[in-house]
Design a protein around this ligand. Structure first.
Ligand code: HEM
Length: 511
């Protein structure tokens, strides 16, 4: 009897191992040219130089309208298909059940295995709809958050004073995002540092899990892996902070339900923040919102928002320092629109009048890029384009965002930083296009279709509020001849030199 049992267990184990081995070896490949480094083609080289490979692939294939494949840092068995623009419409129109952005995020960051924030339909909907509807009302609290960050982070500087701007910028945006997402009740306290702790843990854990655990064993990481325990700890802490606010909001909504039917949007909202939007969105779908689900939905938006916007802001600052002519013109524009009033209360309309600043920001976004590729999707099922290009299940595709912005056919004289480039386009055919947050044909920076960044208008207004305060109240310059160092490269990710210092000095009369 015992021998039979051992035989059964041994046969089952052998079958399991053989299946895992077979699956690991037989991953279907994208059937297009694989573009790799000549000579050293190691993972380390990709981490340092993938951008240059992408640029060469763009010249060789994309400009000819051809797709090519490139090593996939998160899953070297499945190269990423880099597509030319002729595929954009089909990708845009493909439903999420076929070409999926959330699935790409989940697999690329092994999000389930690290118990990290998964993109949900509720988070997508409130970021797309409620956030943008509420933006007018949120400008004033956002301005107050920027003032608080400056009060805390900017030292008195009657004379030239050395500061590290990363902290000022990161704190300004973190406060804005915190106010918008967790509301006035929580925006001042622990949440500010907690969201940073959480994001850091979510950035760290996927690399550790991928490195230490084979594919088929990753599910155990949540039980034994310290870096995943860190994610879980901050997730629990977030849920506990949110719990009393959520309970109060539920009680309030229950009280107003008889008049409104409890339906979303039927009543004048008392609160404009993601807690309220998510609560109402969950109810509208007949679902119960728990503190943990609330924390996860807020964290997923925060993770998308914070580092992308903070890095963009730091690059913008360095570009401003490199272009004193632009800085002078932008300061003049801010003073004109605000009527030189120090206590001017900005509105969306007034921010919209800052057209030179807007064009400057868009140019900065063109020449710096947090990610060199965009519109990343994973095939949730085998996907075949009209021309026969086949993307196997669980393979990824993307578009070359950075090389596209630097293509002379798309943006003439691309190496010149022309801060009025987009302003000139706006004064041409279509004034509504080509502002910072526009998804138009000269940029892939915001993605496309239903997944096009829903936070781009928030980013636009936040960056303006952060910069108008800096430029109108302070003179700023590089630390002597010491310029910021080169961008940090991490595969197809880039980041500005966060260690660079700058000099600041209060101006005598200011806005
Ligand atoms: C300069 C700053 C930012 C840049 C460059 C940026 C860029 C992007 C890009 C390229 C995508 C993917 C689009 C696609 O694949 O088609 C995206 C998605 C997203 N972004 Fe942003 N983003 C920024 C700021 C923000 C902010 C402030 C928020 C806060 C609400 C945000 C929330 C999101 C969300 C929730 C998604 C996923 C959308 C979906 O799944 O449908 N982003 N962003």
């Amino acid at each position: 009897m015992m021998t039979t049992l051992i035989l059964i267990v041994a046969t089952a184990a052998a079958w399991l191992l053989a299946t895992i081995w077979r699956r690991a070896r037989h991953v279907p490949k994208v059937n297009i040219e694989y573009f790799a480094f000549e000579g050293d083609n190691s993972a380390a080289r990709y981490i340092a130089e993938a951008g240059s490979l992408l640029a060469r692939g763009y010249e060789k294939y994309t400009k000819d309208g051809q797709p090519f494949a490139i090593r996939n840092a998160s899953d070297p068995r499945r190269p990423v298909a880099i597509l030319p623009l002729r595929y954009l419409e089909e990708v845009k129109n493909a439903p999420q059940s076929k070409l999926s952005f959330p699935l790409f995020m989940e697999k690329a960051s092994v999000i389930k295995d690290i118990c990290g924030p998964e993109m949900t339909e509720e988070a997508q909907t409130i970021a797309r709809m409620d956030l943008n509807k509420a933006l007018n009302k949120l400008i004033q609290p956002m301005q107050e958050m920027v003032a608080k960050a400056y009060d805390k982070e900017m030292p008195p500087c009657p004379d030239w004073t050395l500061i590290n701007p990363r902290q000022l910028i990161a704190q300004s945006f973190a406060r804005i995002a915190t106010r918008v997402l967790v509301g006035p009740e929580l925006c001042e306290g622990r949440w500010l540092t907690l969201s940073r702790d959480y994001i850091n843990s979510v950035i760290k854990a996927p690399g550790v899990v991928r490195h230490k655990y084979p594919h088929w064993l990753r599910w155990v990481a949540k039980y034994i892996e310290p870096s995943v325990h860190a994610v879980l700890k901050y997730r629990r802490e977030g849920a506990e902070l949110l719990r009393p606010v959520l309970e109060a909001r539920i009680a309030e909504l229950d009280d107003t339900a008889p008049q409104t039917g409890g339906e979303k949007e039927r009543h004048e909202r008392q609160h404009e923040d993601a807690i309220q939007w998510l609560l109402e969105e969950f109810r509208a779908r007949g679902k119960k919102l728990t503190p943990d689900a609330l924390a996860q939905n807020i964290y997923v938006i925060m993770t998308a928002a914070i580092d992308s916007t903070s890095s963009t802001a730091l690059w913008m600052l360095f570009d401003l320092l490199d272009h004193p002519d632009a800085m002078a013109e932008i300061r003049e524009e801010i003073l004109r629109v605000s009527g030189r009033a120090a206590d001017f209360v900005w509105t969306r309309h007034a921010l919209g009048e800052l057209r030179v600043l807007d064009s400057f920001m868009r140019e900065s976004l063109r020449v710096h890029s947090f990610t060199q590729i965009t519109i990343e999707r994973m095939a949730a099922e085998p996907f075949t384009f009209k021309d026969g290009l086949h993307i196997p299940k669980f393979s990824q595709l993307a578009f070359p965002r950075y090389p596209y912005g630097m293509d002379a056919g798309v943006n003439p004289d691309p190496k010149t930083f022309d801060y009025k480039r987009h302003l000139k386009k706006r004064t041409g055919a279509d004034a509504a296009k080509f502002h910072f947050a526009s998804v138009s044909e000269d940029t892939l920076a915001w993605g496309t279709g239903m997944h096009a960044c829903p936070g781009r208008f928030l980013a636009q207004e936040a960056l303006k509020l952060i910069f108008l305060r800096l430029v109108s109240r302070y003179d700023i310059k590089h630390d002597g001849e010491k310029r910021p160092g080169p961008d940090r490269m991490m595969g197809l990710f880039m980041g500005p030199d966060a260690s660079a210092n700058i000099l600041v000095k209060e101006v005598a009369s200011s806005t």
